[in-house]
Design a protein around this ligand. Sequence first.
Ligand code: SAM
Length: 358
Amino acid sequence: MLFEQYQYDVFRFPQPQYLGAKYPFLDWIAKFIPNGIERAIDGFAGSQSVAFLFKKYGIEVLTNDFLFFNHQIGLALIENGRETLDKADIDLLLCENPAAGTQMQELFAGVFFEEREARFLDSFRANVEQLGSIYKKALAFAIMNRSLTRKVIMGHFAHNKALAYAANHERVKRNPSIARPIANIFKSLVPEYNRAVFDNGKHNRSFNANILDLLPTIDHADLIYLDPPYTDSHADYQAFYHLPETFTRAWRDKTFINSTKRYTPPLWSGFDKKTEVIDSFTKLFESAVHIPHWLISFNDRSYPSVETLSRLIARYKDVQIEAKPYVSSRGGKGSIAGSHEVLFVCKNKPKFALNFQR
Ligand SMILES: C[S@@+](CC[C@H](N)C(=O)[O-])C[C@H]1O[C@@H](n2cnc3c(N)ncnc32)[C@H](O)[C@@H]1O
């Protein structure tokens, strides 16, 4: 173990509940991080679990996700090296704010939450703005959004079973958090998130952009990690996580549709539709050509096939394919028992020097 890894090994990433999170695979992915990496990009960071792994390795991390609520986790746990939530912050966040808006009540009362809980969320949302720094705000959002995935059955928002299940005794026995007040869940999570804040001595940054726009603006990095949505299997993250995104952004310019009240129009990804994904990968790889090491997470039930994607990568890099079977179907995003988590481990092609003899 390198000194940097050892130094930060005590810091624990708060267990996420996010479709496709690589939290269960971190030890496996860590084996393929080459020595000597000083600056790494996590382009589709989601819960930020891999960005956090890089941070623990003492690497300078540039992390990114196009969803704003995931960017808040990046600000809170990757960019932030010092600020935590103290008792005064928590009291402020949980108090009733008579000047709060009503978006959560209007959209989600009677859908995901009881009226009282939706009112509490509006109040909390208004109180976040009173916190003194962007990192405290980001921690408040990160912890509240995690609380919401514990409160709502299945941990996502693409269904409308939340209230029925929270009233079902058998369901509550199996999963008590669906009947707990959101404020209690929030308070119980704060210490774990506070303990995950640390400084690795590097100027880490969290971005909130489409990776296709961001990557051309980054002048150098030694490694890029890419964990795109797996097209054809749970690829539409905005359908599953529209609620934390709406809560965090407090959208003003969207329409809210269907029984889950998801927002529309959605942000454009480029990686969630079969018709676009090959073109998007091609653009992504063109912009990443100057980065010597690429690690790409994939799944053998996704589109395009592993063979097609490896042929595409091989235009730019030498590629080695690693695979690990799923033992259960927990974790979503194609993680069906019998399928494999795949990691493309890519490096520069060797340069041959021609040695002409006189
Ligand atoms: C498979 S998840 C990443 C999971 C992550 N590695 C983790 O451990 O939690 C894919 C992520 O890509 C994001 N995403 C989708 N299209 C994107 C784009 N064009 N640019 C940046 N992020 C994007 C989604 O919001 C989602 O969080």
